[in-house]
Design a protein around this ligand. Structure first.
Ligand code: NAD
Length: 469
């Protein structure tokens, strides 16, 4: 495996003016370094993207579609190397790491088939009036550590398709796959179209304040999203923010408990629950509560938590020490409140391992219910009455996604309409598509990713009024 990781600036591989350490979360040991981008290097990346924008925006969309498809092929050609690297820096087991790279390639291909709409208001002998969409300029893209490749590609694909250029920054916790992808894609995109920089905690704020960007596309926590919004105000940068969530799933009494337990378990704990749209509060009707809790407890007892590089591991460690300590602190608080925890096995350190944990019917006011754990801790809560459970599910500053489990489709659809979230799943979860809008309601976001709505967030309307007579 390579151990010199470089940024991509103006089509060239570039070392940082310093380095940051990258830790394997399964061992807690530093295993690589990533470049630490200086302000001068950031200026060079933005200048290169601005220069490239003038030619890139004038290319035919078919040309850009073709290059996105070539980028997908490059990811697939390098899937072995990228998945091994992914597991080492992110912690997720190898098979699931591979799915992330293959999924990113599929996403690039799907987005390459899209094109922005145009609206003709009048086409008469007197005049032709059309609204079309034009690109914005240079996009500042900032990604988190939980799905580092997927969430970067969610930005790269529509932004470049629309005719923008980009400077992309991965999280300091997971910079390596993104840096490597930047280097691999130097053979696909013209210099300056896709720059990739990495660095420590100062780099994000430098970027969001930089006057050379026309737009910020940010995925991360709600707290950071608010800071990003503030820094965008100075020069009215366009913004898309995909932020935190505390998603509720509601299980109605008519379900097949065995069947839904398995699916709910996966929806809550995949990627060790470090998913913005994971089920984070599970409301089960009182008539099935005990049965569902006991089945989930059986699954928790059996699941193999460990180093993602070891065969048979299903759930890896938490991705970084900060997140590990935060989840431990939430668990200590739950214990101090006398809450009942049902836990599966997990290796003792040195890696950042937390056992799968069910919290048995805590009060609605418990921190473990109110806050986004972003780790494998799932509070299970009883309900009797539909109006009551809807009110409890909606009683959150977040509104990212939610789920309803029932055999009665009409009842489930009606309940879904009452949930204040951007995505609602019925009898499934975690499924997101390139052609379907993903929007955080309330403090879960601002704007939309994916679908034609997401593509248009990288463009601005231009009305053309052509006189004919
Ligand atoms: P984070 O907000 O700490 O960091 C996200 C990114 O922002 C990183 O690249 C970081 O370096 C950068 N950053 C940090 N401070 C910054 C600042 N002041 N200005 C600009 N950039 C800055 O989030 P995280 O801990 O990496 O990710 C976990 C959070 O992300 C969770 O809350 C999760 O729910 C959320 N998330 C949301 C989605 C979504 O689509 N809604 C997807 C994945 C994760």
């Amino acid at each position: 495996m390579r151990n010199n990781f470089l940024m991509t600036i103006d089509g060239q591989s570039v070392a940082g003016e310093g380095v940051i350490d990258v830790v394997n979360p399964a061992t807690a040991e530093v295993f690589a370094q990533a470049p630490d981008c200086s302000p001068k290097q950031l200026d060079a990346a933005v200048a290169s993207a601005r220069a490239a924008f003038q030619a890139w925006r004038r290319t035919d969309i078919e040309h850009r579609q073709g290059l996105l498809r070539r980028a997908a092929e490059v990811l697939l050609t390098n899937v072995d190397e990228l998945s091994r690297l992914f597991t080492r820096e992110q912690g997720r087991p190898l098979a699931a790491a591979r799915q992330e790279i293959e999924g990113a390639a599929a996403w690039l291909k799907a987005v390459s088939a899209m094109r922005p709409p145009t609206h003709v208001a009048e086409d008469s002998p007197k005049q032709f009036v059309e609204t079309r969409y034009v690109p914005l300029g240079v996009v500042c893209a900032i990604a988190p550590w939980n799905f580092p490749v997927t969430l970067a590609i969610w930005k790269v694909a529509p932004a470049l398709l629309a005719g923008n250029t980009m400077v992309l920054k991965p999280s300091p916790f997971t910079p390596l796959c993104t840096l490597r992808i930047g280097e691999l894609l130097q053979e696909v995109f013209p210099p300056g179209v896709l720059n990739v920089v990495s660095g420590g905690d100062e780099l994000g704020p430098w970027m969001t304040r930089h006057p050379g960007f026309a737009k910020i596309s940010f995925t991360g926590s709600t707290a950071t999203g608010k800071r990003v919004m503030e820094s965008a105000a100075a020069d009215l940068k366009r913004l898309t923010l995909e932020l935190g969530g505390n998603d509720a799933a509601i299980v109605l009494p008519d379900v097949d408990v065995d069947d839904v337990a398995q699916k709910i378990f996966f929806g809550a704990f995949f990627n060790s629950a470090q998913i913005c749209v994971a089920t984070k509060r599970l409301y089960a009707h009182e008539s099935i509560y005990d049965g569902l809790r006991d089945r989930l407890a059986t699954l928790a007892a059996k699941v193999k938590v460990g180093d993602g590089a070891e065969a048979g591991t299903v759930l890896g460690p938490l991705q970084n020490r900060r997140q590990f300590e935060r989840v431990q602190e939430l668990l200590e608080d739950a214990r101090a409140q006398g809450l009942t925890l049902i836990q599966g096995p997990a290796p003792q350190g040195p890696g950042f391992f937390i056992p799968v944990t069910l919290v048995d019917d805590p009060p609605e006011s418990a921190r473990v219910v109110r806050e986004e754990a972003f780790g494998p801790v799932l509070p299970m809560l009883r309900f009797r009455d539909i109006d009551d459970v809807v009110a409890r599910a909606n009683d959150s500053e977040y509104g990212l996604a939610g789920a309803v489990w029932s055999k009665d489709t009409e009842a489930a659809l009606e309940l879904a309409r009452r949930l204040e979230t951007g995505t609602v799943w019925i009898n499934q979860n975690l499924s997101l598509r390139p052609d379907t809008a993903f929007a955080g309601h309330k403090q879960s976001g601002f704007g939309v990713e994916n679908g034609v709505e997401g593509l248009l967030e990288y463009m601005v309307a231009q009305a053309v009024h052509l006189a004919r007579a």
